[in-house]
Design a protein around this ligand. Structure first.
Ligand code: AMP
Length: 290
């Protein structure tokens, strides 16, 4: 397994590995790897001949005042975990290697899909994500790229970009991996105080309550407003939780919906702050409908 720091090293590695006729799966991450990331690497391992994971804290997806500088970094640990999960190489470039001096090109998906949810709270975030994903795709040229449903909006936006730009890569979205108490795994969970960590399970609990109500058959069980209210009231019952958003939207387009129509899938999505730490989670409703 190789730790690759520069683009020339990456190119040499791709040449040596002989790409002809071999499929390559790519897992982009910002590091501080946990079982959620490792599930993507394992999925890539199962479906491809070669697996590359990247560990790159991408400056362009952070706004001033966010946690770019303090984002947890430990490449030694990440390297060992990625190797254990089956990666053949970890690409860990410096920011100046990815963004060459004078670079002024960005890739941006426009429209509703990038304006809502995290796009409303973090208006420059997704442009940074799609730009870096493009650069990494151009450098690594994967056949398949693996993203987590944990960041459902990001996965939808990347899929849309790939479709809109006819990019020759298959986007694979993997299920959310959770802690034993249901909290979605996230590199940012390490920021939580013990009491915040205890209360943070309310995101998953709120989604569970929405799931239960959507399956209840009650007259308003498909109402987006009612489902939103159920989730909000649960989260607000936790003293340290401050809601950023709680929404029920069409699961593909993120368009507003009044109710979940027969045959339709909705995305129940929540973002909640505990102190400075912002957590996200989601559920596709009704559960079981694909
Ligand atoms: P990040 O390092 O936070 O940028 O995440 C890298 C990739 O891992 C993204 O595609 C995330 O959606 C995915 N990911 C993060 N947390 C989880 C999780 N708990 N379960 C599954 N995938 C995850």
């Amino acid at each position: 397994m190789s730790l690759i720091k520069t683009i020339p090293e990456l190119e040499a590695w791709l040449d040596t590995m002989g790409r002809h006729g071999r499929t390559l799966g790519f897992v982009p991450t910002m590091g501080c790897l946990h079982a959620g990331h490792l599930s993507l690497i394992k999925a890539a391992r199962a479906q491809n001949d070669l697996v590359v994971a990247s560990v790159f804290v991408n400056p362009t997806q952070f706004a001033p005042g966010e946690d770019y500088e303090n984002y947890p970094r430990d490449i030694g640990r990440d390297y060992a975990l990625a190797r254990e999960a089956g990666a053949d190489a970890v690409f860990n470039p410096r920011a100046a290697e990815i963004y060459i001096p004078g670079a002024s090109t960005a890739v941006e998906v426009t429209g509703e899909i990038t304006k809502k949810l995290c796009g409303a709270s973090r208006p420059t975030h997704f442009k940074g994500v799609t730009t870096v994903v493009n650069i990494l795709f151009n450098l690594i040229r994967p056949d398949r790229a693996y993203f987590g449903q944990k960041d459902a909006q990001q996965a939808l936006i990347v899929k849309k970009m790939v479709r809109d730009l006819h990019m020759p890569v298959e986007v694979v979205v993997c299920p959310i991996v959770r802690e034993a108490d249901g909290l979605a795994m996230s590199s940012r969970n390490v920021y939580l105080s013990p009491e915040e960590r205890r209360q943070a399970v309310c995101l998953n609990e709120a989604l569970g309550k929405a799931e239960e109500y959507a399956a209840s058959g009650a007259a308003s069980s498909t109402s987006a407003a009612r489902l939103t209210e159920i989730m909000e009231s649960h989260i607000n019952s936790r003293s340290l939780a401050v809601i950023d958003y709680v929404r029920v939207l069409d699961s593909e387009t993120l368009a507003d919906i009044a109710a979940i129509a027969p045959g339709q899938k909705a995305l129940a999505a929540v973002a909640v702050k505990f102190g400075k730490t912002r957590l996200v989670d989601n559920r596709v409703l009704p559960v079981g409908r694909r």
